[in-house]
Design a protein around this ligand. Structure first.
Ligand SMILES: [Zn+2]
Ligand SMILES: [Zn+2]
Length: 399
């Protein structure tokens, strides 16, 4: 009797081998990752996809069981992040809190923000508020992981507790640490968003597609995070499968790809004018000018950090780095003109006074056309075409 009890305590009712336990861990953690990206993020926060009520509740239950996160708190903290990304009001910017804090103590930043009542009131609207939310999921959010620990211990014995411990660290590390930290720190950028978001990997399978973070900041309300031919978003694949089964309805998708499929009633998400124009300016004016300069002067390529600074005006550099960059630019009048006009254009894009902006944009176009720089003139022409043709300053002429 005692022997049987000891065997069960050490191996659990399944008496599983290590491979089975690792497979169990992988399935459980991936289900949690999909719950976060599909339900909490894409559906509840950004309303880009709706799920069948039964599936939506299964996601809620899974979030409670495996993470103890409350939907309203997660949504509110993330919406505030989008509203103030990489500023001092961002709940979790690696530029404000530090990358190491994000990676290893990201959950503490999240918990601190989620306890801010004002933040919850301002950003947490529209999340579930039914009986089970008010009586179980919110007030007893820690019961979920406790129940999971009991299940784990019963199935796998002592080894189950190790699995449970890894599960408890999974979202804090991969979501709060890697996505919120590295996703604003390291990677490539498709779009010149006003923040520092980056695509960590083009083949986004490990964190549910969240690796494509720059694309997401450019199109926050798109259910699909991949936008270029070589990019893959596993979360979007799952949404398509669920939609085919009648369990999901896509509301909005980004329309960057030419070969866009028909997603039923899903509305295309336009790129914000500012992002569209500044991305086009970097691709069509700044980048060719820098490459040309490198070729002519046969100088070594700029560091990635300075290269990036040319795209965003160097606002993220230290004082010393900015002084170096300015000296480098000032020694090249051709690039200096481009950088000055980029700064002016970025300020115009930020302006909320539309009358003033239209007038100032016309003046900007004249200055660019008078610059004598071919790429700048072509850019100014396409910008003015957008101005005239659509009366909205920044039409689809810029790609
Ligand atoms: Zn972000
Ligand atoms: Zn988001």
């Amino acid at each position: 009797m005692i022997d049987r009890f000891l065997t069960m305590a050490s191996h659990g009712v399944l008496r599983a081998d290590v491979v089975t336990m690792l497979l169990y861990l992988l399935v459980m953690t991936q289900l949690t990752i999909f719950t976060v990206t599909l339900y909490l993020h894409r559906s509840q926060t950004h309303r880009s996809v709706d799920f069948h009520p039964a599936l939506a509740h299964a996601f809620r239950f899974w979030s409670w069981l495996t993470t103890s996160m409350v939907t309203r708190e997660w949504v509110a903290v993330h919406r505030k992040h989008h509203a103030h990304a990489d500023t001092e009001h961002d709940p979790h910017s690696p530029y404000i809190a530090g990358i190491h804090t994000l990676l290893w103590k990201g959950t503490e930043l999240y918990t601190m923000a989620s306890q801010d009542k004002q933040l919850l009131a301002s950003y947490g609207r529209g999340t579930p508020d039914d009986w089970i939310e008010r009586h179980i999921y919110t007030p007893h959010c820690n019961w979920g992981p406790t129940l999971l620990a009991v299940i784990s211990l019963t199935l796998f014995g002592v080894g189950g507790m190790a699995i449970w411990a890894v599960e408890m660290m999974w979202i804090p590390f991969w979501a709060a640490g890697v996505v919120n930290g590295i996703g604003h720190w390291w990677g490539y950028r498709n779009f010149e968003t006003p923040d520092k978001s980056a695509n960590v990997l083009p083949f986004a399978i490990w964190v549910g597609g969240e690796e494509l973070h720059n694309n997401h900041h450019a199109f926050p309300s798109s259910a699909k995070f991949s936008v270029r031919r070589f990019e893959f978003d596993i979360g979007w694949l799952v949404i398509q499968v669920l939609a085919a089964l009648g369990l999901a309805r896509v509301r909005r998708v980004a329309h960057v790809e030419r070969s866009r499929m028909d997603y039923g009633a899903a509305r295309p998400v336009p790129l914000a004018p500012r992002v569209k124009v500044m991305t086009a300016f970097f691709r069509k004016v700044t980048l060719p000018a820098v490459k040309d300069e490198m070729r002519r002067s046969k100088s070594s390529p700029l560091s990635m950090r300075l290269h990036r600074a040319l795209a965003d005006g160097g606002r993220w550099l230290s004082a010393d780095e900015r002084a170096n960059l300015n000296a480098w630019i000032n020694a090249r009048p051709y690039l200096r003109t481009i950088c000055q006009l980029r700064t002016q254009l970025a300020a115009l894009m930020e302006s909320r006074n539309t009358d003033h902006t239209a007038e100032a944009l016309t003046a900007w176009v004249s200055a660019a056309q008078a610059s004598g720089i071919d790429s700048l003139q072509r850019f100014a022409f396409s910008l003015s075409e957008g101005l005239i043709a659509q009366r909205a300053p920044l039409g689809d002429k810029i790609q």
